[in-house]
Design a protein around this ligand. Structure first.
Ligand code: COA
Length: 260
């Protein structure tokens, strides 16, 4: 499939998905959101891909927010539709994606950009990254899950401060707060993130898929995370990956998971 606003490459089971509107600091317009959804749907069905790294083209920005030019004239109804459609098409889709998605924050991650990074399973950042939710400075609030996911990741008080001040934090502060897991020099960001992805690739993708579901269940208002974990744990015993993983351990060899 060919895309206008994103690029997709893959190597050794790791897909590199890039938002590719560098002249607009990779701002997320509707078309880009739709293309990301389509590319991820393609990835979901591709047995050659186990892990996704999502990043931005250029050295300046991951994503500098939702495309302000696109929504500046919207009505109340259009605003609600924009948020609902975006959450459904991309942000919740990423959070519940069956394969791990890591965002490599290669510069500004503002507004919808930080929301996109927070929807992924975990994040790395370059030393020049800057993150924030500046929506209140525009007279609006985060609409792609930011009011929910930022408190989950950094705590309610810090999230309130970031949303109210509309300020930016740097990569070190984001690391200290647990918003990103690792910080690398800009020239090392992709390679180091690929190393993390390679470590994931060695494990059972069948188990990782249900681990994602179990972790997310605990953050869902209508699910019991502990009950979801018990059910998924039991079901794992019926998989070929479990038989292979345990036999490999007992036979002192590396596993070769059939589920990959
Ligand atoms: N939506 C639409 N266009 C955006 C954008 C966004 N969120 N962020 C940046 N751009 C565009 C700029 O309009 C500019 O386009 P132009 O060259 O056609 O005028 C281009 O990207 C470069 O941005 P510029 O502002 O000139 O770069 P800068 O280095 O001076 O500033 C930022 C960088 C990130 C501080 C600044 O672009 C910014 O504040 N962006 C908006 C951030 C925001 O509020 N995001 C939340 C949206 S809800």
């Amino acid at each position: 499939m060919s895309y206008q606003n994103i690029t997709l490459n893959h190597e050794d089971k790791i897909a590199i998905l890039r938002i590719n509107r560098p002249k607009k600091l990779n701002a997320l317009n509707r078309e880009t959101i739709q293309e990301l959804h389509e590319a991820l749907t393609e990835i979901k069905d591709d047995d050659e891909i186990a892990v996704v790294i999502l990043t931005g083209t250029g050295e300046k920005a991951f994503v500098a927010g939702a495309d302000i030019a696109e929504f500046a004239d919207y009505s109340v109804e259009e605003g609600q539709e924009l948020a609902a459609n975006g959450q459904d098409t991309l942000f919740n889709f990423i959070e519940n994606f069956s394969k791990p998605i890591i965002v490599a924050v290669n510069g500004f991650a503002l507004g919808g950009g930080l929301e996109l990074a927070m929807a992924s399973h975990f994040r790395t950042a370059s030393t020049n990254a800057k993150m924030g939710l500046p929506e209140t400075s525009l007279g609006v609030i985060p609409g792609y899950g930011g009011t929910q996911r930022l408190p989950q990741l950094v705590g309610k008080g810090k999230a309130m401060e970031m949303i109210m001040t509309a300020g930016m934090i740097n990569a070190d502060e984001a690391y200290r707060l647990g918003l990103v897991n690792h910080v690398f020099e800009p020239e090392d960001l992709l390679e180091e993130t690929q190393k993390l992805a390679s470590k994931i690739c060695k494990n059972s993708m069948v188990a990782i898929k249900v681990a994602i579901q179990a972790v997310n269940a605990g953050f869902s208002y209508n699910q019991d995370g502990y009950a979801a974990e018990i059910k998924a744990f039991g079901e794992a015993f019926g998989t070929e990956d479990f038989k292979e993983g345990t036999q490999a351990f007992l036979n002192k060899r590396k596993p070769n998971f059939p589920g990959q």
